[in-house]
Design a protein around this ligand. Sequence first.
Ligand SMILES: Cc1ncc(COP(=O)(O)O)c(C=O)c1O
Length: 407
Amino acid sequence: MADTYSEIDPPQRLLMGPGPVNAHPRVLRAMSADLLGQFDPEFTAYMNETMALYRRVFMTENRWSLLIDGTARAGIEAALVSLIEPDSTVLIVRSGRFGLLLTEIVERLGGKIETVDAEWGEVVPFVRIEEAARKHRPQVIACVHGDTSTTMAQPLDGLGKLCHEIGAYSYVDATATLGGMAVETDRWGADVVTAGLQKCMGGPSGSAPITISDRAADFIASRKRVEAGIRRNDIQDGNRTRIGSNYFDLAMIMDYWSDKRLNHHTEATSMLYGARECARLVMEEGLEARFARHRAMGKAMVAGARAMGLQVFGSDEYRMSNVTGIHIPDGVDGEKVRTRMREEFEIEIGSAFGPLQGRIWRIGAMGYNARKHKVLITLAALEAVLRAEGFKVRSGDAIEAAREVLA
Ligand SMILES: Cc1ncc(COP(=O)(O)O)c(C=O)c1O
């Protein structure tokens, strides 16, 4: 008989890395609800509610606030392929892995790349973005809000004003911050912002919320070519270059999410249920309360790590409130510590990429996991593992320091 394997029964891990984190049980329950056809009126009502909820989560009035089916990277690709025409000049703000990812995607799209860079662990001062934008006159400025690879959050005040002045569109990757730090789409004046669910939104990966300003939507519509098999008289093509991807064609996707209900793809029903529940949880808690919760947990993690005698990575001023980078002390095997955290305590913490690989751990406290007991348990486990690995730690100091922050 062929092996049927056993039913999925994963261990109960506490996911305290840079994402994914444990999904809120309400999100998992919503995802197990019965399926509906994509044009069922009950389902299209859920789509409309999801749009309304994500407007509030993205802090925007944008009509177009919807979901791209796929992981956060799908949202990034949809935004960039729809905004960038071959030979467009794109200014990319980079200070970590995800700025490099934007470069990689723009290269594949044939965009002309200009960059403004900072070391990993720093952010790019806004004046440098302004200088570069005035010099290169890009069609698009692309940035990352919170780059989880470095744990730093890039200030974006003034982005929209700058783009209006030079006639550019702006794109922001807020995958790691949406639902945990203020993603102020309208106040920044950002044109397209994308995210994922698996970090501060407290869901699984697989759906990418996106919001699109009216001016960006008009531009994207001017690149529209409806695919042959679903052409209709009431949907007109645009006259600019065709968007270089069918699946990520935001022009058709917006028509799908509008009353026109263009039959573009089959919406990922269960992911939409999950994304809707994530947003409902965010709005139930309230944005400010949620940001404050993430801030408090981040501060507690930093205080606990420092009290243990560990050095926290990067500047306090620009640190994301939901992920903390911690230097691996000399003489300590970082991977061994991660393995012991997992095997002895069922806790996952993150390693790092690129120049930070082997130098820092990344510990997250996001979404459903940005909670006092989870932060304290993680610190206590880290202390125990470090002690077992021969690193001198004064017992209980980390917990005391974190408790004090949270008192
Ligand atoms: C800032 C940022 N952008 C993009 C991504 C890519 O997300 P995904 O793996 O869901 O495609 C991540 C994931 O860690 C991220 O932190």
